[in-house]
Design a protein around this ligand. Structure first.
Ligand SMILES: Nc1ncnc2c1ncn2[C@@H]1O[C@H](COP(=O)(O)OP(=O)(O)OP(=O)(O)O)[C@@H](O)[C@H]1O
Ligand SMILES: [Mg+2]
Length: 159
């Protein structure tokens, strides 16, 4: 926690290997992200990390479902996961909006797609940047429940 401009986003993007620190080191699942090439960092991130951005960062040309599906395609997971993906979107309260593009979704709905996308690959670590800031308090509580349930049941740490 900290005031606007204090460096929250900077710190967590360093933890996620999206930026390199000017000093110190970041280790994730035995990999030192600060000593690896950018492409190797990308591989570690794809395998172990889910990131929910403050500003969503969804692919505008893809529907909600496609945004989530894209992550699984990058991981080369089997097609049978499609149903699970839909379930995941449903769990964040987006069941009937899966066919819509980000431009047709509210801020809160976009953030829920981003969360479904971050959780879809069962990451070891989920990093969120003010994930509930754009949500009303009811949706915020629901989203935190989804995140906590993931940590309790779905996470396969560093496997
Ligand atoms: N790419 C960048 N290059 C240079 N300075 C940057 C860059 N991104 C952010 N900054 C600066 O770094 C400082 C910290 O920014 P950061 O985005 O980490 O803050 P924050 O705590 O996440 O703020 P907010 O609550 O508004 O999201 C700010 O002074 C910002 O202007
Ligand atoms: Mg920020």
């Amino acid at each position: 926690m900290g005031p606007s401009g204090s460096g929250k986003t900077t710190l967590i993007s360093i933890l996620a290997g999206l930026q390199r620190p000017s000093g110190g080191r970041v280790e994730l699942c035995g990999h030192d992200l600060t000593r690896m090439s950018e492409s190797d960092v990308a591989l570690v991130r794809r395998r172990h990390l889910g990131f929910v951005f403050q500003t969503y960062n969804l692919f505008p040309a893809l529907t909600a479902l496609e945004n989530v599906a894209h992550v699984l395609r990058m991981k080369a997971l089997p097609r049978a996961r499609r149903r699970a993906r839909r379930g995941r979107l449903g769990r964040v309260g987006l069941g009937e909006r899966v066919g819509h593009r980000p431009g047709e979704l509210s801020g809160g709905q976009k953030q829920r797609v981003a969360i479904a996308r971050a959780l879809a690959g069962k990451p070891s670590l989920v990093i969120g940047d003010e994930v509930t800031a754009a949500l009303d308090s009811g949706s915020g509580v629901a989203v935190m429940k989804v995140l906590r349930a993931h940590v309790a049941t779905d996470a396969e740490f560093c496997s």
